[in-house]
Structure formats: C-alpha cells, structure tokens
Design a protein around this ligand. Structure first.
Ligand code: ADP
Ligand code: MG
Length: 226
C-alpha cells in the first residue's frame, strides 16, 4: 500500500509539473502568434511562404499543448448522471461545419429509453470529438458516418462510431493510443491516447474493428452506474 501511495504521489507531482510547463509554453505562444500576424502584413510577398510554415508549425505546437493539458491537468473531476445522447448531439453540431467541408454527413441513432450515464460530461465530449474528428479525417471521399448509441446489457451502454474511411491494418490497430503514434502529416498522435485514458477512468472499454479500404468502427462501452 505504501508503495502504491508513493507512486500516486509521484504521478501527481509529474502531472502538476507537466500542466505547469504546458501553461508556460502557451503564454509566450500567444504573444508569438500575435506578433507574427502583425509582421506578416508589413513584409514583402517573397516571404509569405515562410509565414505559412511558421503559422502552421505554431498551430501544431498549440494542438500538442492543448491535448497534453487535457491529459496532465489535475482537474477536479465531477461525475454526473446525464443524457449521453445530448452530449453526442452537441459534439456532432460542433463538428458539422468541418464535416460538410469534406462532404461528410454524421447520422445519429439513439435507442429509445436510454438510461442516464454516470460520467464526466466534458471529458466524454472530448472523447467523442477526438474519435469523430479522426473518422471525418479518413473519409477522404466523403460519405456518411453512423453514430449509434444502444443499451448493451443490464449495466452497460455502447456508443459506436462507424466510418467508411481508409481502415486500419491489423498490426497498426495495436498502436492506437500510443503517445505520438500518428500517420498524418500534421497529426499529434495524442487524441486517442487522451480518449483511451478518459474511457479507462470511466471504467469503460474501447474496441476497434477495422477493415482496410472499407472503414473502421470504434465501440465505446460505458457502465451506466459508477
Ligand atoms: P492524430 O489524429 O493526431 O493522428 P490520434 O491519436 O487521434 O492522432 O490517432 C492516431 C492514429 O490512429 C491516426 O493517425 C490514424 O492513423 C489512426 N486512426 C485513428 N482513427 C482512425 C480511423 N477512424 N480510421 C483510420 N485510422 C484511424
Ligand atoms: Mg486525431
């Protein structure tokens, strides 16, 4: 027990330190971004390419920091009994503009009389955002993403996010959720790690089914009660 306590103390210190560093990086980043935008207006056109690179690299640092903060921040976590369909609707609304741009529709089907779920709504929303964003990003030819929420058994519900994108090969499925694992040029490889951690904290499970060239389904099973 003592060993366990010591371990969790260390984890807290590391978490606070990480969150602190992330904040410290974020503040000067905001200043940098502002001044670079100002500069851009007053510099010769020949340099515009450099500004594109600077801006895109800065926003990459920003996404890494943002995802890292979610993970590291020792938040006061407040679990509530809530309607999970509502969180999913809000998430879909949030991502709709991005989806429409690439001809993707998201269709939500909710089973009738779903129970309330004991969860941290902001964290769960973060998971839905991460998984849905990935789904949109692999649907390069457009099409429909199906989101289904059903009761699994007496004590669980399951949220399935079904895309018809590139799919994932079997050997790569194992790498999902590893920090910094990404196949995208501008990816952070942190979205799934954060999501898996949140689901684990909710005592839930993530299952991935995938077929290359056909698409991928993420099944997120969550307990109804604490
Ligand atoms: P990122 O999106 O920044 O790459 P993620 O942790 O969200 O990081 O995802 C890690 C990797 O998992 C992605 O780069 C991609 O290769 C793979 N992946 C995740 N979701 C899907 C999906 N729906 N279809 C195909 N590949 C996926
Ligand atoms: Mg992602």
């Amino acid at each position: 027990l003592e060993e366990q306590l010591r371990k969790s103390d260390t984890l807290n210190v590391v978490g606070e330190l990480a969150a602190g560093i992330a904040h410290e990086i974020r503040n000067p980043m905001t200043a940098l971004k502002g001044f670079i935008q100002l500069l851009e207006g007053s510099v010769k056109d020949d340099f515009s390419m450099y500004f594109n690179v600077i801006t895109s690299e800065l926003s990459r640092i920003e996404s890494i920091i943002t995802e890292f903060l979610i993970l590291a921040r020792p938040q006061a976590i407040k679990y509530l009994k809530i309607e999970i369909g509502k969180i999913m609707k809000e998430t879909i609304d949030l991502l709709n503009a991005q989806a429409i741009l690439v001809n993707v529709q998201m269709k939500l089907s909710l089973e009738k009389d779903l129970p309330l779920i004991y969860c941290e709504p902001n964290q769960l929303k973060q998971v839905f955002i991460n998984v849905l964003k990935n789904a949109i990003e692999v649907m390069t030819k457009g099409g429909q993403i199906d989101v289904q929420i059903k009761r699994k058994d007496e004590r669980h519900i399951v949220v399935s996010i079904i895309d018809r994108g590139t799919g994932i090969s079997e050997d790569k499925i194992k790498r999902l959720g590893q920090p910094f694992y990404t196949t995208k040029e501008r990816g952070t490889g942190l979205g799934l790690m954060v999501s898996y951690k949140i689901i684990e904290e909710h005592r839930g499970i993530v299952d991935v089914e995938s077929e290359e060239g056909k698409g991928t389904t993420f099944h997120i099973t969550l307990p109804i009660n604490q």
